[in-house]
Design a protein around this ligand. Structure first.
Ligand SMILES: [Mn+2]
Length: 323
């Protein structure tokens, strides 16, 4: 871990120790890293200080309901916040309803690993070389001298496993494995955790998956794959937007494909776009053009327009990226 991040963590811990009303939050459309990270840090701060609050800014996907103390994530409207800790969040907009509270807080600590993070905090611990925010939270908890118990370890393992694609993505480093080795030593049940995260797909989600795959188009010498999920599909399958999880990685896994793109219709004038790549293309750059962001191999953005318009715009940028 580089020295600068190390010092910044000491500053963050000092703020945590000095502050009375601490609120932890992460991004809308939460994933395993955001939920695992806020729960793990929340439990650690609770051990240290006896109280903590974790803000709910969006619905928690069913995949993560098994996590210990998930009920700690709640809505709050108390604006008396001394320290607001944002985790896994590239900018303030991503905090959703949490942005209002962050702006009222006396101090903001921003802990993240997105390369596109805009340093919105008073203290910014941004480490793009970390595979997951969960890795940074692990280090902070160790430095806080709080014992990592099975509950905290379960949340950290979930954060790191999901953000590394089960330790397959190129963001996975030997440090990732050293941290996870420590988590396993604590005695977490990885079989149970993995069944909960990866082997519990609902029938609704499965049917949505099939409908979405039916829209598959392969373009640019079979290097680009694009699929669409519409509001009609969500409705007819009784599925939610979060149920699109897993579609894009399936499409990316086609042998000839370098870039996979999923268009999720929000309404007739808004489309959420997710992009993944394998080796050559930096998809965070593509998403940056539409004010989105993320990582080199996984990024997202919102395009205001119809599915048809969004597809045209994003394909143009993907095509440029191949030149
Ligand atoms: Mn993350």
């Amino acid at each position: 871990m580089d020295k600068k991040i190390d010092f910044l963590m000491d500053d963050a811990i000092r703020l945590i120790k000095e502050s009375d009303n601490i609120l932890i939050a992460s991004h809308v459309q939460p994933d395993g890293d955001s939920i695992g990270s806020i729960l793990a840090l929340g439990m650690a701060i609770e051990k240290l200080k006896g109280k903590v609050r974790i803000l709910k800014v969006d619905d928690i996907p069913s995949d993560y309901q098994f996590l210990p103390n998930i009920e700690l994530i709640k809505e709050f409207d108390d604006e008396n916040i001394d320290l607001f800790i944002a985790l896994d969040c590239g900018d303030m907009e991503r905090l959703g309803s949490g942005k209002k509270l962050a702006l009222k807080a006396k101090q903001i600590v921003n802990i993240d690993h997105h390369i596109t993070n805009d340093n919105f905090g008073d203290l910014n611990i941004v480490s793009p070389s970390s595979a997951a925010t969960g890795e940074l939270v692990y280090k902070i908890i160790k430095k806080m001298d709080v014992q990592i118990d099975k509950n905290i370890a379960t949340c950290l393992y979930t954060a790191i496993s999901t953000d590394t694609g089960s330790f397959m993505y190129s963001n996975t480093t030997y440090k990732t494995h050293l941290i996870v080795a420590e988590l396993l030593k604590i005695g977490i049940n990885i079989n149970d955790i993995n069944i909960n995260i990866y082997q519990s797909r609902s029938m609704e989600r499965t049917k949505l998956f099939l409908d979405s795959l039916d829209t598959l188009e392969i373009l640019l010498d079979d290097k680009v794959a694009i699929v669409t999920t519409t509001q009609d599909m969500l409705e007819s399958n009784d599925a939610k937007l979060e149920d699109t999880e897993g579609i894009i990685s399936f499409v990316r896994d086609i042998d000839t494909v370098e870039v996979a793109c999923l268009l999720k219709e929000i309404d007739e004038s808004e489309v959420k776009v997710s992009i993944r790549s394998k080796k050559a293309i930096d998809v965070s750059k593509i998403c940056n053009k539409f004010n989105g962001g993320g990582h080199i191999r996984a990024a997202g953005c919102t395009i205001y327009g119809s599915i048809k318009e969004a597809k045209k715009l994003i394909l143009k940028e993907i095509e440029m990226a191949f030149r």
